[in-house]
Design a protein around this ligand. Structure first.
Ligand code: AMP
Length: 374
């Protein structure tokens, strides 16, 4: 017992020290000194760095060797630091280059998928956003707690495979991008697919799976930005994911669907734009604001910057939220030149990537960098 208290206490002290260290580092980034925006080469890196350049920042991309040839095609990337694996982001060579270029990191889905929340909490370079909230994104129980505190309608959770009595979607933990998800309608269909994932070593036990009621309607991703500087929420876009194989199954006539034993996956291949009925917009803002308020209470300092509420609109226009992302989502890549919603707020093309850089620029000019970095 004493050992547990000691370990907990030591960890809390280390986290506090890290926080002080980051605050000092951010304070040192004076108003006139140039600053670099850095990110990992994947997910929404092009959008983030293009936006950073448009707002006048230097840009640094940290990418794996096999992606270098892609990223070197883009002139808005000032420097590419090549690594052999993402893990090297945590090494001293990367840290030194990030320090020397006065860089800050913009996190995205690949960072959340590859690193543990502890790794992210421990990175000793300033991160845009609230680094503590990534644990709430990765851990399904915390995620549910935050969605409940935000008073969002969420799908029913099924705790035991024996209780599956209607169509359910079974998910893996973490930001897997829909890979390996499957549908189950009873215990047997659950076990059949779980066994296949076990055989492929995608999961260690059935406990690694998470069962949710399947909600019928239009799967929709709502893209928000919250500015801690002006304490306002902006709804900047919506999208639909196009997923393999589930979205292509409708191209095969029913007779052939039945003749092949296909268990479709939900692997995201790309995103399609979506404009919502105007009558749904008020509800969108209310959900976003509740989420911001709940995150302020549960994970101080709360939401900073981009986030996404992910769910399904049913035939009554009611939104059931099945997930959230507490950082930029790849669906925003659709709107590099601005979206129908950003057009209503800004007089210039404002992608989510640029909106992040814009916030950093304003915070820098006003001396409030510590409000947007942790
Ligand atoms: P996710 O990776 O959790 O965003 O989900 C991947 C895909 O699974 C989504 O685009 C939806 O098509 C589908 N999905 C996830 N959860 C549900 C749900 N509870 N009901 C219906 N579809 C879902």
């Amino acid at each position: 017992m004493l050992l547990v208290i000691y370990l907990y206490w030591t960890r809390s002290i280390l986290i506090t020290l890290k926080r002080i260290q980051i605050t000092v580092l951010v304070d040192k980034m004076s108003q006139d000194e140039p600053m670099t925006i850095a990110t990992l080469g994947s997910h929404s890196a092009l959008q983030i760095l293009k936006g950073a350049k448009d707002e006048g920042f230097g840009t640094l991309l940290i990418c794996e060797e096999n992606r270098h040839s892609l990223y070197k095609r883009f002139r808005f990337i000032d420097e590419i630091l090549t690594i052999s694996h993402y893990d090297e982001l945590l090494d001293s060579r990367c840290k030194q280059r990030l320090d020397n270029t006065k860089s800050i990191i913009i996190p995205h889905g690949t960072m959340i998928a590859y690193f543990t929340y502890r790794d992210i909490e421990n990175i000793s370079v300033p991160i845009f956003g609230n680094r503590k909230i990534f644990q709430w994104e990765s851990d399904r129980n915390l995620k549910q707690k935050l969605m409940n505190a935000s008073q969002l309608i969420t799908p029913k959770l099924i705790q035991r495979k024996e209780d599956i009595d209607k169509l359910c979607i079974v998910k893996l933990h973490g930001a897997a991008g829909g890979r390996g998800y499957f549908l189950a309608w009873n215990k047997e269909s659950f076990e059949e697919n779980a066994t296949s994932l076990l055989n492929q070593r995608r999961i260690r036990s059935e406990d690694d799976l998470f069962i949710q009621e399947y909600v019928i309607g239009v799967p929709t991703y709502l893209q928000f930005f919250y500015s801690p500087l002006n304490r306002q929420i902006e709804f900047l876009g919506a999208d639909i994911r196009y997923e393999s194989d589930i979205d292509s199954i409708g191209r095969i006539p029913a007779k052939q669907q039945l003749s092949i034993s296909l268990q479709p996956s939900y692997n995201v291949i790309g995103n399609l734009p979506l404009v919502l009925r105007e009558s749904l917009l008020e509800g969108v803002y209310v959900m976003g604001e509740r989420f911001v308020k709940a995150s302020e209470e549960l994970v101080p300092p709360g939401m900073i910057g981009p986030f996404c509420l992910e769910g399904v609109y049913d035939k009554e226009g009611i939104f059931t939220t099945f997930e959230f992302s507490a950082r930029i989502v790849a669906g925003t890549n659709l709107y590099i030149n601005g979206s129908p919603y950003s057009e209503l707020i800004y007089d210039e093309p404002m992608s989510m990537g640029r909106r992040i850089a814009h916030e950093i620029r304003i915070a820098k000019e006003k001396g409030f960098l510590n409000q947007v970095f942790t």
